[in-house]
Ligand binder design. Structure first.
Ligand SMILES: NC(=O)c1ccc[n+]([C@@H]2O[C@H](COP(=O)([O-])OP(=O)(O)OC[C@H]3O[C@@H](n4cnc5c(N)ncnc54)[C@H](O)[C@@H]3O)[C@@H](O)[C@H]2O)c1
Length: 305
């Protein structure tokens, strides 16, 4: 099988490229604006250093089985609408045209729980979208573009995965945009009390990156189009995250609470997973304790190197 992965040096793209190379030939593409080549240290396929806005996509990719599109501006605090839309929306439309030109009939792209904004929980795919920032808007526009494309090209399978709060190996480059699990890990590894907003009862549907890769593999097998939640369906409070980190790190550091300075804050995310489970047959394998335990073991090994 042959695959193209965009955003392949990033958190999700790198984990995906590393898994996909077990299933066939992969072309990894990234402009390295955020992601790092070291995330692909164990990757053996071709690497294309290119910007999706003007990439000279390979014409030779004739027998491409699927395109996995992860490249995007992922910083939710970016307020430059033109920039956000040119990278996240226009470049995606360009990629769809490219897929059509080479007859690659499967495109799996990254959408986001940000399409729900501060909507009601649990969040269902059929709910109205209510993005609360430009990033979330760009993801809604991507979904609309995919829908319009499929309407014109019904023989294509275009699948949007609404990732919830992803954490796992390969996110160190994200700095302040890295998962809160990683940020708390760093504080605790330095022997500090983990700092969270008062009173730690906000909750998020944290999903381990290995499960996100699993969802992409399920999407590869699904022959229709649509949009699917990729969460666990079991959100956890920030307090619970600290408890799981303490357990995995064999520490007993108590949270230090402080006031939340943000006017807008998505303080609860919770994926309703019934549609993904029924259609994609996607069943996450990592609850919060198992995911954090696995992640901490990887981070500890890395430190020792
Ligand atoms: N991490 C999460 O919690 C999360 C949640 C919801 C959705 N998503 C989506 O999943 C996808 C992957 O996110 P991630 O967490 O791996 O982020 P990431 O920033 O680690 O990866 C994105 C990659 O895209 C690359 N990129 C950015 N602009 C590019 C361009 N113009 N041309 C080529 N490459 C470009 C970056 O260099 C980076 O390697 C994104 O579409 C993001 O919006 C992520």
């Amino acid at each position: 099988m042959k695959f193209l992965v965009t955003g392949a040096a990033g958190l999700i793209g790198s984990n995906l490229a590393l898994e996909l190379q077990k299933h066939g030939k992969v072309i990894a593409l990234d402009d390295l604006s955020e992601g790092k080549r070291e995330n692909l240290a164990l990757y053996k396929g071709d690497f294309m250093h290119a910007d999706i806005r003007n990439a000279n996509y390979p014409k030779f990719l004739k027998e491409c089985d699927a395109i996995f599109h992860e490249a995007a501006i992922t910083d939710t605090t970016v307020t430059d609408r033109n920039l956000m839309f040119s990278v996240n929306v226009d470049a995606f439309k360009r990629l769809l045209i490219y897929a059509k030109s080479i007859g690659c009939k499967k495109i799996v792209y990254a959408s986001s729980a940000a399409t729900y904004g501060k909507g009601k929980v649990p969040m269902k795919e059929a709910d109205r979208t209510a993005p609360a920032n430009i990033y979330g808007e760009s993801k809604v526009r991507m979904e609309q573009a995919a829908k319009a494309f499929v309407k014109e090209n019904p023989d294509f399978s275009v699948i949007g995965l609404r990732y919830f709060n992803v954490y796992g190996p390969g996110e160190t480059h994200k700095k302040k945009a890295a998962s809160m699990i990683y940020q708390l890990y760093l504080q605790m590894a330095a022997g500090k009390n983990p700092r969270i907003f008062k009173w730690g009862e906000q909750y998020r549907d944290f999903i381990y990156v290995k499960d996100v890769v699993g969802a992409n593999l399920k999407a590869l097998k699904y022959d229709k189009s649509g949009v699917f939640n990729v969460g666990t369906g079991e959100p956890n409070t920030f307090n619970k995250v600290i408890e799981a980190l303490n357990k995995a790190m064999k520490k007993n550091l108590q949270p230090e609470y402080f006031d939340n300075p943000y006017g807008f804050y998505q303080d609860r995310t919770h994926a309703d997973m019934s549609w993904s489970r029924a259609e994609l047959k996607f069943i996450p394998q990592y609850g919060i304790e198992k995911g954090i335990k696995d992640y901490v073991s990887v981070l500890k090994k890395k430190k020792r190197r």
